[in-house]
Design a protein around this ligand. Structure first.
Ligand code: GLY
Length: 373
């Protein structure tokens, strides 16, 4: 496949233009889901609060439009509030601070941004359960039963620890990231290369108790966004450590994902859903997987394998471009039909900010710009 077909340029150009246009409306807010065309905004402490800032940095990198950078910096200022409040902070500091404070520091060397990134990494490291060798998810405020819970999504927070280890020349951050990733390999990844959303451990002894369905269909199911987090998360862990086991996991989980995709390249909310619920799709899982596959292909030595995962990433992006992208001003978001949580009927088949983020991040990678994770 042509690596730079016209549709790819068109998708990137229109996405960057749309971010600029929508920035006039959203400003330095924290958009989450787009309902009836308008993004609704959350608090700065919500786990998705880094994605709009990330989109602004991606667009600024391309356009050099100062107003985009200024908004991204205003977002970063607001993100310092939950960071210092402490009680509202949680495991998702990688999603929040990598595309904002760390992105800023990497671009400009800003000392205050570096400090925010390191504080966020210290929070994340502080959530490590030594007995169970995992990073604890959520807080008692969200769920008082979650003391022993680890979730697949958290693989995507590990790049913050890898960054801090390098930045602070302190390997303990990396040791924690590797220990958590090893626990995910051991206790989440099944023989058929699928993963559950949540694994519950005894927080005192560290023994595994059980798998939990979480935002997926059930303990034995394959929640599509969870598979996407695993593909991208293991690819980054392989990139940062050189461990072959992580690349093998990323490849095989990707193979499961790719071989179960419907024709239009957007999965059902859970790969094991009943036929009656197959109308529920999750475009965010496709966008995240496409960006993760580009990360994965860059790690591989075998040119045939590399070409395969590159082509799959392009194929998914084309599916999104053809069937799920809306570049008009009818809605603030770019992608349609993401799903937050079907089991609790929360935001089903609606545009979601992280779908847009990973879509544009993948397009940017294909235009020569690395991702922010
Ligand atoms: N990290 C939460 C989700 O993927 O919905």
């Amino acid at each position: 496949m042509d690596r730079h077909p016209e549709w790819l340029h068109d998708a990137y150009r229109k996405s960057i233009r749309k971010i600029g246009a929508v920035s006039k409306k959203i400003g330095a807010g924290f958009p989450h889901v787009c309902l009836n065309g308008d993004y609704n905004c959350e608090d700065a402490s919500f786990w998705t609060s880094g994605f709009w800032g990330g989109l602004l940095w991606l667009a600024f990198r391309e356009t050099k439009e100062e107003s985009l950078r200024e908004l991204a910096e205003q977002i970063e200022q607001q993100l310092n509030v939950p960071l210092h409040d402490f009680y509202d902070i949680h495991h998702d500091v990688g999603f929040m601070y990598l595309p904002t404070a760390v992105a800023n520091y990497r671009r400009t060397g800003n000392e205050a941004s570096r400090r925010s990134g390191l504080i966020a990494a210290s929070h994340l490291a502080g959530r490590f359960n030594l007995k169970g060798q995992f990073i604890r998810a959520w807080t008692d405020r969200v769920d008082p039963n979650s003391t022993g819970w680890a979730i697949i999504d958290c693989l995507m927070n590990l790049p913050l620890l890898f960054w801090a280890a390098q930045e602070d020349r302190d390997p303990r951050f990396r040791h924690i990231a590797v220990a958590h990733a090893d626990t995910v390999l051991k206790h989440f990844v099944r023989e058929d290369w699928t993963v559950p959303h949540i694994v519950s451990f005894d927080p005192e002894t560290g023994e595994k108790i059980e798998n939990l369905g979480g935002q997926g269909l059930g303990p034995d199911s394959a929640w599509s966004r969870g598979q996407a987090w695993a593909i991208y998360g293991f690819a980054i862990a392989a990139r940062e450590t050189g461990k072959r086991e992580y690349a093998t996991a990323a490849k095989n989980i990707a193979n499961y994902f790719l071989s179960h995709l419907p024709e239009d390249r957007v999965p059902y909310w859970d790969f094991r859903t009943a036929d009656k619920d197959k109308f529920v799709r999750d475009s965010t899982a496709s966008a995240c997987t496409a960006s993760g596959l580009l990360e994965l292909s860059a790690l591989l030595d075998d040119e045939t394998e590399q070409a395969f995962y590159d082509e799959c990433a392009l194929d998914i992006l084309k599916g999104l471009y053809d069937n799920y992208a809306d570049f008009s001003d009818r809605q603030d978001a770019i992608l349609t039909k993401g799903t937050v949580s079907y089991p609790v009927n929360k935001h089903v088949n609606v545009p979601i900010i992280y779908g847009d983020y990973y879509f544009v991040e993948a397009l940017a990678k294909l235009h020569g710009h690395p991702g922010l994770f």
